[in-house]
Design a protein around this ligand. Sequence first.
Ligand code: XMP
Ligand code: MG
Length: 183
Amino acid sequence: MEPAEIQGDLTEVLLSEADIHQRIAELCREIERDYEGRELLVVGVLKGAVMVMADLSRELRRHVQMDWMAVSSYGAGTQSSGVVRILKDLDTDLTDRDVLIVEDIIDSGLTLSWLRENLESRGAASVEICALLRKPEAAKVDVDVKYVGFEIPNHFVVGYGLDYAERYRNLRAVGILAPHVYS
Ligand code: XMP
Ligand code: MG
């Protein structure tokens, strides 16, 4: 349970901590099967994917290597433009690596579509995507996402890594942000 002060900023809790953990465990069983016998590099996209990375990597019953990238999408306000700038790059050479990008959310799909192409161009053997959340109604480009946690309605959501003005990342649940917070 989140403090009442924070609860009041949400119109609805979409996913509880238990919902998220159960779904992540299911995704991990799929990932273990799909990558059996292969080394796996998971790439977390800062900052939103920190919680998913922490829980997903610890749920995996196998060796995994972890690296991080930070990117920013140029664009007005909360809209992603598809023009992406790397703020922090990987430390790992991707040549012949099996890479799994871990993201918090796919909205328009522009960021991830750019990121996948970028990592593929570095000579990776494979690049797949795992996103905790996807907003199908917001899609502008079709991105092939192998592992999706939950499809959610087209509302601005916060919690479990997702922020509004850098707040709410530390909520254990994912909820819809109340309009009074941003208007
Ligand atoms: P695109 O549109 O390129 O954008 O798929 C993905 C990035 O946009 C941010 N984003 C959100 N952040 N609540 C958030 O806190 C949301 O509802 C939301 N929708 C998109 C997020 O940074 C994601 O990586
Ligand atoms: Mg993000």
